[in-house]
Structure formats: structure tokens, C-alpha cells
Design a protein around this ligand. Sequence first.
Ligand code: GTP
Ligand code: MG
Length: 363
Amino acid sequence: MDRILDQSQAQQQRRAVAKAITLLESTRADHRAQADQLLTDLLPHTGNSFRLGISGVPGVGKSTFIEALGLFLIAQGHRVAVLTIDPSSTVSGGSILGDKTRMERLSVNERAYIRPSPSSGTLGGVAEKTREAMLVCEAAGYDIVIVETVGVGQSETAVSGMTDMFVLMQLPNAGDDLQAIKKGVMELADLVVVNKSDLDAGAATRAQAQITSAMRLFGQHGDPHHALHNKDAWHPTVIQLSALGGDGVERFWKEVTHFRRLQTANGAFAARRKRQALDWMWERIEAGLKQDFRQHPAVKKMMPALMRDVEEGRVPASAAARQLLAANTPTVRAEPVEAHANIVSSPSTLRQAQDRPSSGPTE
Ligand SMILES: Nc1nc2c(ncn2[C@@H]2O[C@H](COP(=O)(O)OP(=O)(O)OP(=O)(O)O)[C@@H](O)[C@H]2O)c(=O)[nH]1
Ligand SMILES: [Mg+2]
């Protein structure tokens, strides 16, 4: 842990960070316990970075842009970590993200750390590892953490759920066919970047205008915070750039800085982080419950036959689910909660324990 925190030994620190991330990617139970301990120890040193999510279709120029942006930020004195989430790797084990190969200059820079996506597990699992890797990077003093993801599947939702700002990269021709832009993803974007504007300036400008008006439409619905006249709230914007030539990187960073300042002042930054932490907890609870459920002896025994019955239409899915849930009776969980008190010792649970009257009714 000390090696992760010590910024004076660059090489040693980089190795320690890589080792820590490998540990938390491990599926072995003893490694998991070590990783949990490490994360708990690191937690007080985390949270001080700006977390930036970048998504877009394969080939839109994400890595090229991140390299240009990373070098720009390092020149300004920042330390930059880049993590990738590749939804294809969770299915095939292969990677469609070009990983390090397209960030050649950034990857050899002492003030940068680049980590490719874990190459196995479900998207939920990979997202969890990435969140944890982000904490390790923050403890190591990387003050800008960039999470790159390919714009396919559910990965955008996962990345926007773990970052302070979510950026969507588009190609200049995307504006010609707004159908191609998934509305749900567009609504997640805090900033849209039309890349490769050098290829066709006219098309890039058209795309910018079309996406801007589409985003205005989304913004009019629901949340009064999004009302365009509200000067304290951030309104998603669309800019053009050319990652290859490094054109527009400065403009991009100006937008990010403006976003960060506004969101900090109006409280949205802190609220987003709090919401993300709770969402993350619930997501892990649900995953844990599901895993326990699947491993329950009675459930395991009944599952294959019931699955066939549901497939063949002999038993309604809802009835099968109810039967399985009923079979999932607690096996070892019958002991009182206090028995676990030595495991859970967060400040708030301790406080509750102290506040609680030792006997008698609470009213
Ligand atoms: N003309 C032009 N080409 C660009 C620009 N940005 C990126 N490219 C090129 O587009 C190709 C894809 O760029 P990448 O940065 O690898 O794209 P990516 O979005 O990271 O791709 P994946 O990781 O595969 O999803 C490369 O050949 C880049 O050189 C740009 O601004 N202008
Ligand atoms: Mg890439």
C-alpha cells in the first residue's frame, strides 16, 4: 500500500499500481479478501481526481483523442490514468479496443498510467473492477482518470455511472442520420464531440448543429434543472475537433473545466458521486444475492429440471421463480446480526451502535 501512495518512486509506484489492479481482478477468494482490505485502506486517499468517461463507436478516434488530451494535461502538470472497458472482451475474450497500441506516446510517459480492460467476466464484473482500479489510481495521485469505452451494448451506462462527466464522440456523418444515434446514450452525454472535423468541415458543422438541436429537445423534457435559462445548471453542448491534429483539445478542456466549476458550485458534482456510490453498493448487493442464490444447495438441485419445464412451457416462468425463491431458505444466516459486528465497523454503524439504547423500547 505504501508503494502505491509514494509518488517519489515513479517506476516502483507504477509496478505497485499494476500489481494492485491485478489482485483485484483475480477471482480467487483469498485474493478478493486481500483486495477488499487494500481498497478499504486506500479509501481515505481516493476521490480527489476528476473522472472523465469517453465513449463512441469503434474507430471514432477515442484513443487518438485520449493520447492528445493526456499529453496536453501532463504538460499542464496533471497526472493521467486511462482505463478501458471493452464489452466485446467480456464475450469473446478478444479486444476491439486498440488498448495501448494507439496511445504510444502517452503510455511511455512517466506521468501517465494506461490499463486495458479486464478480458473476462460479465460487463457488470468488468465495470466493478474498473471502478476499483480507478480508486487505486486516485490513491496513487493520478488526478485525472479517463475511462474509455466502445459505444456498443450497455457499457456507456456503466461508464457514465462511474464518472463525473460523460463525453460522447461522434463522426461528422452521424448528423445525417440521427436515427443512428441512440437516444438513451445521447441523454447520458454531458458533452458531445464531433471528431475528424478535418475530413469534411461542412459535414462536421452540420452534425454539430443537428446534434445540438436534438439535445435541446431531450433537455426540454422532465428535469427543470435542464431548463435552458438556468445559468447555474450545465447544459450539454456539442463541439468539433480533430484528434489526429490535436485541434480542439484546448477548447475541449475549457468545456470540461467550465462543467466542473458549475457542477461543483451547484452541488451536482457531489450529488452525482453520492448517488454513484449508493448505486454501486446496491448493484454489488444484487450481484451477491444472485450468486448466493445460484449456489444454494436446494436451488441448485431444483434448477435444471425447472429450467427445462419453463423452456418447454410446462411451468409458467413466474411460478418457477417463486418455487426457486421459496427453496432459497437461509442456511447459515440464522444467527443474530451482532455476530458480524466485528466485520462491519464503518463509522456510521459504530455510531448507531453507540446511540442505540441497551434495553427497553425505543419509543
Ligand atoms: N482524419 C482523422 N482521422 C482520425 C482522427 N482521429 C482519429 N483518426 C483515425 O481514426 C482511426 C481510429 O482511431 P482510434 O483512436 O484508434 O479510434 P478508437 O475510437 O479508439 O477505436 P477503438 O478503440 O477501436 O474503438 C485511426 O486510424 C486514427 O488515426 C481525426 O481527427 N481525423
Ligand atoms: Mg481505442
